[in-house]
Design a protein around this ligand. Sequence first.
Ligand code: ADP
Length: 470
Amino acid sequence: MAKFYSIRFRLTATFLAIILAVMVIISLFLYNTLERYHMNNLEDSLERSGFLASEFVVGHLRGQVDSVRLSALAENMSRQAQARVLFTDQQGVVVGDSVRVGGLLNQGLEHELVRRALDGQVSSSIGYSERIDHQVIQLTVPVFEADDTITGVVFLSASLEEVYRILNDIRRFLFLATVLAMAVVGGGSVALARRFTDPLESLTAASRKMAEGKLDQHIEVSTRDEIGRLAEQFNIMAKRLNYYTTNLKKFAADVAHEVRTPLTTMSLLTRALREHEMEPEQQQEFIEDLDNELERLTALVSDLLELSKLEKNEIQLEEVAINRLFKDTIGEYQYRFARAGLDLIDEIPDQEIIIRGAPVQLRQVLSNLLDNAMNYTSTGGTVTVSQYPDEDEVVTKVADTGCGIPEEDLNYIFERFFRVDRARSREGGGTGLGLAIVSEIIAKHGGKVWVESKEGEGSSFYFTLPLVEE
Ligand code: ADP
């Protein structure tokens, strides 16, 4: 049943129906035109022969009629006109017949056409001849004397056998042409339909496998048409879905791992506190460690929340004087940097730079970068924040003279939970999500973020934000 609903079946059936309708219309038109043409031709030639005969015979119908002579004349004309020729007198009695044996000589010709000819009309009709057992075309012409009196009738009767033979040939030819056209169109449309449906069937099969959970599907794209583009888009979609699902699984495993570490430490600490006698100072130390682990967990959870919030919501953008916002943030960090023995240099211009952004999130971008700079730069180092316009964007740069990042890790450092040195990150209270949050926020603002770094010399983080057009 499904076969009858398939595109292949419907396309082929539609093409066949169209070609059949077209061929039938063309055949009918052609057949009728040719039939009319042949009939008219035959009628014209009979009429000409009839007039010729009437001129010829007019003298022979005067006075005493010689039917032997008239029959010989009719026979002669019959050969030329390729038709039976009869002459009648004023009463419609046959006085000459080209058919000698079994002819109608001396018989009255009771025929509508003869009556009309005796009334002065030239007329014709299609009839049936029992003698030759075939359709015939009959035509009568009156024979006029010089004073316009009618002295007789020329009656011509030609067989339509030849005409019908030609028309039959044409009919057979048209039938064969229709069959041939249908075979060609049928074959063509099956091939064409297959071209469409084969990739669609691959798509269906691949979609079914994806629904079953096998996400690594790929379809061979062999055409550049709409279906080819659909297959191409399907491949992109499958790849993305696969990537996201793999990432999601990895992310869930990473989160579990990140949570387990502080939980294990906390469990060990509480067990030690509960099970071992210890000095109050040592107890205090353990409680502080517990507190630190809790803080780490809280930071991790709030970073995770921040990330999921960023993924869920479109952030609200407003006009922000980005130079002032960053100057204020740097001001807030000065004390912490000084305490860590680091120089924080503000090279942000005083002249207003306006962008469209979310101030809270933008502040977080700079905070995360400053936290990192502080965490990965040893005492005595310098961190410089500068800002400059570049075409229709403003670039902010946070440069430190810290430990730098190994070249092979540069591509990964914006990924969630990636850390060059896990211990150092943990020591500084890092969650491994800071740069992922930075990259997410900047992307939401339509900007880019990148890093340049040399191990042992320092790192420079850059991010761009589109300027508000004046
Ligand atoms: P973390 O919380 O571990 O700092 P981030 O996502 O902020 O997580 O950074 C990812 C990793 O990138 C860090 O663990 C660190 O190894 C490296 N990194 C980030 N900023 C710097 C920097 N200024 N100097 C050197 N390494 C850095």
